[in-house]
Design a binder for this molecule. Sequence first.
Ligand SMILES: [Mg+2]
Length: 266
Amino acid sequence: MEHLFRNWDKLKDRVRGSYLFLFLDYDGTLSPIVSTPDKAVIPLAARNLLKEISQNSNCKIAIISGRSLADIRNRVGIKEIVYSGNHGLELKGPKIKYNQTVSADYKKVLSKIRAELELKLKDIDGAIIEDKGLALAVHFRLAGKKNSDLIKAVFREVVLIPSVAKKIKIRCGKKVLEAGLPIEWDKGKIVLWLLSRQKFIMKDKNVTAIYIGDDTTDEDAFRALKKEGITVFVGGNKPSSAQYYLNNSKEVYDFLGRILNNANKA
Ligand SMILES: [Mg+2]
């Protein structure tokens, strides 16, 4: 993998003159990684960049997050952006909306898991249970090594039977485990769906997709866009299916600035 900026001269010509569809993860990409999920915010200058890019007639932004749709929309709050929550299961943006419906049985399974997790994790420091509506997440960024192992063991024990019975599916992210819908849908699939829809709307115009993310769940999108997009991993030169890397959120903001500059010249 090469650093994105080392290839910028080559990429900016490819990007210029084409309609740009920018897909962005939130935590660890637009917001630096923080100790608890509620502290993750975007600096004002970066938010202004997002706003300007999303209002440019040659660009579109979609934020694809593991957070719930309501949470991610509140956090960013720019109306021109398309938001997708729960790794692609919820979607809302200008002229577009999609909500996954779930069965009463699934809700029952999830609330039973929640009750059991609350009981078994209540005395373990550093465990945070988050109800995301469509899924249940357990965060352990605040837990030490020993407690992290304990939290993971409790989670695995609690979800074992429903996951074997395919009533739920386990998803793993950075310092988070999730029990969610047992369907084959991920960030890669929602991105391909949004991209093909955009290409259909734009008819003959050339559309370039750029995906930036830092998590294991973003790897699905990196793989999905391998042939036709520009994929960027945030977090240094580590094993990833992305083509390029950036080191941190600061470099992501720098990149957003370059994108805007380039789009304004087009
Ligand atoms: Mg992330």
